[in-house]
Design a protein around this ligand. Structure first.
Ligand code: ADP
Ligand code: MN
Ligand code: MN
Ligand code: MN
Length: 372
């Protein structure tokens, strides 16, 4: 098993610790994090500031070589990093920071995969609805050999059944990572809601939320960055592939829970049902933005099996995990609350997902009532 764990994870951590506890001479490390040209990958680089930034406005713009991240050709390859959201750095600790950035091209337009810029405009239009989101990020731990972490190299674990929310060495694989990631999120200031082991062994979930508007995207992307970084320390890989193992194994999604202030008030269920009608009319459009490859990743996952609805049909139901949209039991009983869109793939861009939901449910030009 050791062979599937990275060499870096075996470097001497006691030696590392003696350096990490050196004083910094009053300086502050700021690690800039951004989404690369794949729309899935994250990149980062670090610089020194002379003093601790007190807010996002104290962090200067920066730039990087876009030709090395599939974001630019060799000409005009400088891309701008625009800080948008600041967190504490759980790896090098206070006063150091992590900062999520938007990427702009050399002429200061949003880069191709910068879906935050357009999402932000959509969210501004619907501010009075006080949209709340919670996203459930499923992921799979892989060894460096590409097999799920701790699966036998020549064979398979016992069939699914005992692993969901499991405890015990035979059923829960890699909990160290889950717990370290959780603590890292809390330290950083990421709004992590909870975590659980998933149906497939070595598959886990954390939830981010409840957040208002664009914040869900910012916090989910930083939570993903922290996950990849924690996994690096342990020498394994976190995959967001929506169906890492073909066959009788669950895939990985990013269920998106949504409510407006009207949905949360008495008889809000009427507004939820109205939103579901709207979503039913735009199923294809949504599937195309629920993974980074126009639905081609998600088609492997949304089979109608393994707690999914088939990619070609739109369905909804109370407490139904086989539906595109699930109304939680509690929401149905209280006649108010939220709904869950179960279609987004684990590797979706949350900015694209929430923008599509808001456009469909609240900004339909043919329905002036909704967008008031
Ligand atoms: P599931 O039962 O589908 O596994 P989880 O417990 O994993 O649900 O996640 C529930 C998610 O719902 C959390 O991310 C939480 O932030 C979100 N949530 C709870 N209440 C609301 C609400 N009123 N509006 C939007 N999201 C909500
Ligand atoms: Mn969940
Ligand atoms: Mn889940
Ligand atoms: Mn769910």
């Amino acid at each position: 098993m050791a062979a599937s764990v990275s060499s870096s994870s075996h470097l001497n951590k006691t030696v590392r610790q003696s350096y990490m506890s050196l004083p910094q001479g009053g300086k502050c490390l700021v690690t800039y994090v951004w989404i690369d040209g794949t729309g899935e990958g994250l990149r980062n680089k670090t610089r020194t500031l002379d003093r601790e930034p007190k807010g996002i406005d104290d962090i200067p713009e920066w730039n990087f070589d876009g030709s090395s991240t599939s974001q630019a050709k060799d000409r005009d390859s400088d891309m701008y990093l625009i800080p948008v959201c600041m967190f504490r750095d759980p790896f090098t600790l206070d006063p150091n920071k992590l900062v999520l950035c938007e990427v702009l091209t050399y002429d200061r337009l949003p880069a191709e995969k910068n879906h935050r810029a357009s999402c932000n405009k959509v969210m501004e239009k619907v501010k009075t609805h006080n949209l709340w989101f919670g996203m459930e990020q499923e992921y799979t731990l892989l060894g460096l050999d590409g097999r799920p972490f701790s699966w036998p190299s020549n064979g398979y674990p016992e069939p699914q059944g005992p692993y969901y929310c499991a405890v015990g060495a035979n059923n829960a694989y890699g909990r160290d990572i889950v717990e370290c990631h959780y603590k890292a999120c809390l330290y950083a200031g990421v709004k992590i809601f909870g975590t659980n082991a998933e149906v497939m062994p070595s598959q886990w979930e954390f939830q981010v939320g409840t957040c208002e508007g664009i914040e869900i995207g910012d916090h989910l992307w930083v939570a993903r960055f922290l996950l990849h970084r924690v996994c690096e320390d342990f020498g394994v890989v976190a995959s967001l592939d929506p169906k890492p193992m073909a066959g009788n194994w669950n895939g990985a999604g990013c269920h998106t829970n949504v409510s407006t202030n009207q949905m949360r008030e008495d008889n809000g269920l009427d507004f939820i049902n109205r939103a579901i009608v709207k979503l039913s009319e735009k199923h294809g459009e949504h599937i195309r933005v629920y993974d980074p490859h126009d639905g081609k990743d998600n088609v492997r996952r949304l089979t109608g099996q393994h707690e999914t609805a088939n990619i070609n049909s739109f369905t909804h139901g109370v407490a139904s995990r086989r539906s595109s949209i699930r109304i939680p039991r509690e929401t149905s009983v209280q006649k108010k609350g939220y709904f869950e869109d179960r279609r987004p793939a684990a590797n979706c861009d949350p900015y694209s997902v929430i923008a599509a939901i808001v456009e469909t449910c609240l900004l339909d030009p043919e329905d002036k009532e909704q967008s008031k």
